[in-house]
Design a protein around this ligand. Structure first.
Ligand code: NOJ
Length: 560
């Protein structure tokens, strides 16, 4: 049976998994940040052999796909999002053979693989950037990037007031081969991440080659980094844009840097490449754009799906969840895509911590105080995190889970300044610590060097409390967060059917209750008092129930 979206389903509405062109529509995708996942060779950095060794763990977790953050050769100015070679593996992380073995092992376990593609910028160690520096002003090599002369009589002022996402100017001045101070190049992120010029046919062609390279190796899909920034209006005079806050980006597609209408021409071209494969390769856009601009990225003629980050910024609050879910389901329907749901990733404070802080708290500032002021209510944080996870796992669409959240990990908020790697720390002149606290290598065992992350140390210091959160401590323990994730993911596969949701109105004020086809009810209590559960069989709950009642900060799935 095929539904209106073209997804093949069995009689209960379950999607057929392997080989299904629509496998991504309701997939649970587990994000691996490779340098911090598992280290097989003992150099302190996670690697691809580490991932392969953990395939049984991933299979037992019950996820449908992994998304691998960048593993390409990189000087690591931005955790690998500064790519020096798009078609190879960082030697510290392995080889292309290791990649193939990992892909085979994942596929053998019926797990798809999505890789990160970083098309807005390369590393300053990419051969084409080095060539551009050596080739001099006005050369074709420079034209693959965005070089401009500076302002003022001696060109010593940047060409515009544009600022980098990581703080400071978005322009850096180079020294010309002659030794003279020279042109400036654009980098919307760190200065080690020069922006590509997407007007250049060679840049376009090279990325298509990269998409085919990984697709030929069996990759099932792509996560597209900063998908909304590739097309830029570089006509002179460059327009003023002194802030990169995405809420300030106009919705008319005419901003000089972000979300310009022309960007979709690039993705229409990519779609043709994806469709050369059977099944077509999937893609998901990381596009920080206003909600109404998302469907264009998620359209079937474009990338096919776009991240919805609304829940990353929302408090654990019934109204906020209801509004976000409704809006995103509407938008997904408008583009023909399925929605995406995310509570944590490698760029934000882990949600078990976020929900343990006062609503709306400034997390950047909180991190500056080493997470001591205010103190996190860890119990409430984890309780709400589990409730929110169970809620999003019941929604139609794909759920993206971030490594370590299945262990209930909190943010490591007290990393010493000397250990910080995120370019945000230096570029903001140490006013913001950045994102290292959610990138600390995972604890696999309660003892041993680096808590089982590898045979030796870890590239970021792990806190002592990791001993209690380790996989071997939680494995088999009924009430552990790990067993909770395993049970929820297993049950999701069993209950998942058509992409429909009906709100069950009439529930108590602080309760969110919806129903999926087949009588699958999801009920979350966002309030402060216990509420009665409707009739039905409770299949799983995010915390203990009390005599048929749903306690505060708890979600339950019922079937009836
Ligand atoms: C978004 C990625 O998620 C983030 O980690 C990275 O720093 C920027 N894009 C720049 O590539």
């Amino acid at each position: 049976m095929t539904d209106s979206t073209g997804t093949e389903r069995n009689s209960t509405g379950m999607a057929r998994r392997s080989g299904d062109p629509n496998w991504w529509r309701q997939a649970s995708v587990y994000q691996i940040y490779p340098r911090s996942f598992a280290d097989a060779d003992g150099d302190g950095l996670g690697d691809l052999r580490g991932v392969t060794a953990k395939v049984p763990y991933l299979a037992a977790l019950g996820i449908d796909a992994v998304w691998l953050s960048p593993f390409y050769p990189s000087p690591l100015a931005d955790g690998g999002y500064d790519v020096a070679d798009y078609r190879d593996v960082d030697p510290r992380l392995g080889t292309l053979d290791d990649f193939d073995r990992m892909t085979q092992a994942l596929h053998a376990a019926d797990i798809k693989i999505i890789v990160d593609i970083v098309p807005n910028h390369s590393s300053d160690e990419h051969p084409w950037f080095r060539e551009a520096l050596a080739a001099g002003r006005g050369s074709p090599a420079r034209d693959r990037y965005i070089f401009r002369d500076g302002l003022g009589p001696d060109g010593s002022r940047p060409p515009s007031d544009w600022v980098s996402h990581f703080g400071g100017s978005a322009w850096t001045r180079i020294t010309e081969p002659s030794g003279e101070p020279g042109q400036w190049y654009l980098h919307l992120f760190a200065k080690e991440q020069p922006d590509w010029n997407w007007e250049h046919p060679e840049v376009r062609k090279d990325f298509e080659t990269t998409l085919r390279f990984w697709s030929d190796r069996g990759v099932d899909g792509f996560r597209v980094d900063v998908a909304h920034a590739l097309a830029k209006d570089m006509s002179e005079p460059l327009r003023s844009k002194p802030s990169v806050a995405d809420e300030l980006t106009p919705v008319d597609g005419k901003d000089p840097l972000f979300d310009r209408d022309e960007v979709h021409e690039i993705y229409a071209q990519w779609r043709k490449v994806f469709d050369e494969y059977d099944p077509p390769r999937s893609a998901v856009a990381e596009a920080w754009v206003p909600a109404e601009r998302r469907p264009a990225y998620a359209s079937p003629e474009g990338l096919g799906q776009a991240f919805n980050f609304d829940l990353l910024r929302a408090d654990f609050d019934r109204r906020a969840f209801r509004e976000i879910i409704t809006n995103n389901l509407d938008q997904a329907a408008a583009s023909g895509a399925s929605s995406t749901w995310v509570l944590s990733n490698h760029d934000v404070v882990r949600h078990a911590t976020r929900y343990g802080l006062p609503p709306g708290h400034d997390l950047g500032q909180w991190l500056m105080g080493d997470g001591a002021d205010p103190e996190v209510d860890y119990e409430a944080g984890l309780r709400r995190a589990r409730a929110a996870t169970l809620l999003i796992l019941a929604l139609p669409g794909s759920t993206y889970l971030y490594q370590g959240e299945e262990l209930g990990l909190f943010e490591v908020a007290d990393l010493p300044a000397a250990a910080l790697q995120d370019p945000i720390w230096q570029r903001t002149r140490r006013k913001l610590k950045g994102r290292d606290g959610c990138r600390v290598p995972l604890p696999w065992t309660s003892a041993g060097p680096s808590f089982g992350f590898g045979p030796d140390g870890a590239h970021l210091p792990q806190p002592a409390w990791f001993a209690d959160a380790a996989v071997d401590v939680q494995d088999g323990l009924a009430e552990s967060t790990l067993e909770f994730y395993r049970a929820a993911l297993r049950l999701r596969r069993e209950l998942q059917g058509f992409e429909e949701l009906t709100w069950a109105d009439g529930s108590a004020d602080d309760v969110l209750h919806f129903v999926r086809p087949g009588g699958w009810h999801c009920i979350t209590n966002f309030g402060r008092s216990h509420v009665a559960l409707p009739a039905g069989t409770c299949r799983i709950s995010s915390g203990p129930l009390r005599a048929g009642e749903l306690p505060p900060d708890t979600t339950a799935w019922l079937t009836r």
